[in-house]
Design a protein around this ligand. Structure first.
Ligand SMILES: [Zn+2]
Length: 234
């Protein structure tokens, strides 16, 4: 199990000290094992990072699982996504996702409620997917137009905080999501699946790998959204 960087904040001096595990940035998903989030509030309002458990808690709620790039595995242990699907299947999965997400979120009373402290609401996951696919398309464009530039890591929690996902409209998120899906699919259909680029952490990555990775994000967070909408109010 990977525990990330553990640090004590204000132990013995400040009220409400926190034991915190810093989640790795987005492109650390390739690390084996799971990182576990313990508690996570510091700073002012909105300064909340999202944790990672990946298991059902005693009260029946589900917690966000840190997504990982696991091409060596056959399936994701949680959402059962197949890591061996073909690029065309990845494109089809992403292409068909806007109506699925809309059917979950439109009219949902708890779309903006967090199912547990530190766990993203369905709307926050939706906005996360908007950024996942926008960045994923940019990565595919990097392969197509300037592969020597390589692709850097990005920090999903930092982006969520500066974008203030929690204050954004889920209705607008669905419109934005449909737009980025259209752009992502159009680009994915033009980039040769075998063309590659160097990822800052995970080494050589093909366009097919990026498509599969993005498709997993969509499938896995669709599950997270379903869990969030089913959870009990806290
Ligand atoms: Zn998964």
């Amino acid at each position: 199990m990977s525990w990330g960087r553990v640090r004590l904040v204000g132990v013995g001096f400040l009220p409400g000290w926190l034991l915190r595990v810093d989640l790795p940035p987005k492109c650390s998903k390739g690390r084996p094992g799971r990182s576990t989030f313990i508690t996570h509030r510091e700073g002012g309002p909105g300064a909340v990072s999202v944790g990672s458990f990946g298991d059902r808690a005693e009260d029946g709620t589900w917690f966000h699982t840190s997504m990982r790039w696991q091409p060596q595995e056959e399936r994701c242990a949680e959402c059962e996504f197949s890591w061996t699907i073909e690029p065309e299947e990845s494109i089809a999965l992403v292409d068909g996702s806007p109506p699925r997400l809309a059917s979950l979120i439109v009219g949902a009373e708890r779309a903006t409620d967090r199912p547990a402290e530190g766990v993203w609401s369905p709307s926050e996951y939706l906005w996360h997917l908007v950024d996942v696919l926008r960045i994923g398309r940019e990565r595919l464009l990097t392969i197509a137009t300037d592969p020597t530039a390589g692709i850097p890591c990005w920090d999903e929690n930092a982006l969520a905080e500066v974008r203030n996902y929690g204050a954004l409209s889920p209705a607008v998120g669905l419109i934005a999501y449909e737009g980025v899906v259209g752009e992502w699919v159009a680009t994915a259909r033009t980039v040769p699946a075998g063309a590659s680029v160097e990822h800052a952490q995970d080494g050589t990555m093909t366009a097919g790998d990026i498509m599969r990775r993005n498709a997993h994000e969509v499938a896995h967070h669709e599950l997270d959204i379903q869990r969030g909408l089913r959870s009990k109010p806290v």
